[in-house]
Design a protein around this ligand. Structure first.
Ligand code: SF4
Ligand code: SF4
Length: 449
């Protein structure tokens, strides 16, 4: 127990009103994946809020093992927010609790230390981050990761290392349609540009899923939206905020606000649920910063997921593609943070004849949750097993999701279990459908000429 609980609970102390908003009704419990898995009240939102209040009121130290255990075991999925009738802003409470926890701990485990080293010394430095992702891509694209995993050595040495390799391998591009080999025809842009958007790249997306960013720009162009990628943009700060480094997240937020300042009217579009929810939370993150509070508020108001941006245009219909049976798993932060439930599915409706099967529990976390899978591996895998079971029930062999972390978690799960399951972003499938349309028009043009 801490000797200075009030001092240790200082970040939570600023969130007292949000803590008091919880009326302890328990209506959020069944929506909470960790509570469902363990049945322990302290692994549910209500129990965690009790623990946060105990820290905030000085009855418990932020360095107490019970506090650390149950706050660390939270996925941060925010499903409890959607279920809560009292509007408790749990995501912001969790970030405050993690910040108090990080500040209070004298001892950190090896995984924790490694994470905080990377967040402090690699993530805020674009050149170092680019280098780290270039190394990761080389390991992935040369097949070294697969080769290493095939020896079973990583699993024998440390199952978590094997998981990390499976996650990296899971970011590889997959074949989306039965005939597709290499895309040859690119969809043409719309003849008339009617809108404009600034694209937020996202560090993991640009590092491992650049194809998704390029598909986003092409689909927007085809629907009459001109795009730009502002220079100087950095990581959104989600990993920092969720890992308890609120100051690190604030520094990144200020850099992004500056980077997107040139055109204050254009929406800021992202294709990653985790980044989008974080960018939309800059208003809260910088609310007490006199220099940035107002700018952060306007910045957050401009943030849209790609599916939300496409929902305001008259979305063009593509051509049928020979895709396998498909399902959709929602990114928690896209669904519960940005409240985009129907918009991602609307993108799929623009693909004619797509054989789509809804997924039971699509609104439940997959267990990825940033780097949660590498830190709370056992619980993460239990949550993932449940997800894979529901995906298997659909009969789909292609699952779509709108966040790189979810993408890698589902792909890694398939690899670890030897399942025939491919994963992609919905925008990739929509682009494939537009590409097919372009191929058809080009074939028709050749026939008539
Ligand atoms: S964020 Fe998710 S895991 Fe955490 S308490 Fe809420 S529902 Fe449970
Ligand atoms: S977080 Fe909301 S739903 Fe959960 S116990 Fe508190 S008031 Fe009830």
């Amino acid at each position: 127990m801490s000797a200075q609980p009030l001092q240790l609970g200082s970040v939570l102390a600023h969130e007292e009103a949000k803590l008091l908003a919880c009326v302890h009704c328990g209506l959020c419990l069944e929506a909470c994946p960790t509570y469902v898995q363990t049945g322990d009240e302290n692994d549910g939102p209500r129990g965690r809020i009790y623990l946060m209040r105990a820290v905030e009121e000085g009855r418990l130290g932020a360095d107490a093992p019970t506090f650390a255990r149950h706050i660390n075991r939270c996925l941060g999925c925010r499903a409890c927010e959607s279920a809560c009738p009292a509007g408790v802003e749990y995501g912001q409470l969790l970030e405050a609790a993690r910040a108090d926890l990080t500040n209070s701990r004298r001892e950190h485990g090896a995984a924790d230390r490694l994470l905080h080293f990377a967040l402090r010394h690699i993530w805020p430095h674009p050149a170092r981050l680019r280098l780290a992702f270039a190394v990761a891509r080389t390991l992935r694209d040369t097949g070294l990761v697969r080769l290493l995993r095939a020896t079973h050595l990583p699993h024998l040495l440390a199952p978590r290392f094997d998981l990390a390799l499976a996650l990296l391998d899971g970011s590889r591009a997959v074949r989306l349609t039965e005939q597709e080999r290499e895309p040859t025809t690119q969809p043409a842009s719309a003849n008339i540009t009617t809108s404009r958007a600034l694209l937020f790249d996202g560090c993991v997306t640009e590092g491992l899923f650049a194809r998704v960013n390029r598909a986003t720009a092409r689909v927007l162009a085809l629907n009459g939206c001109a795009t730009e990628r502002p220079r100087g943009q950095v990581c959104c700060g989600a990993l920092h905020a969720h890992g308890g480094d609120i100051e690190g997240a604030r520094r990144l937020a200020r850099q992004n606000i500056e980077a997107f300042a040139d055109d204050n009217a254009a929406p800021i579009v992202t294709n990653a649920g985790g980044c989008g929810a974080m960018l939309a939370a800059y208003a809260h993150l910088l609310a007490a910063d006199p220099q940035y509070a107002e700018r952060a508020h306007s910045f957050s108001a401009r943030v849209r997921d790609i599916s939300q941006q496409l929902s305001v245009v008259s979305l063009r219909t593509g051509a049928p593609i020979n895709a396998p049976v498909t399902t959709y798993d929602a990114s928690c932060h896209l669904l519960h943070g940005q409240r985009a439930a129907s918009e991602p599915l609307d993108m799929l409706r623009a693909i004619p004849d797509l054989e789509f099967v809804p997924l039971t529990g699509s609104d439940v976390c997959c267990g990825g949750a940033g780097v949660y899978n590498l830190i709370e591996t056992e619980l993460s895998m239990r949550v993932l097993d449940e997800k894979l079971k529901h995906i298997a029930e659909t009969g789909a062999t292609l699952v779509m999701t709108s966040n790189p972390g979810c993408h890698m978690q589902l792909s890694a799960g398939a690899r670890l279990k030897g399942l025939r399951l491919r994963v992609c972003h919905p925008i990739e499938l929509l682009e494939a459908s537009y590409r097919k349309l372009a191929e058809k028009s080009s074939d028709a043009g050749q026939e008539t000429s």
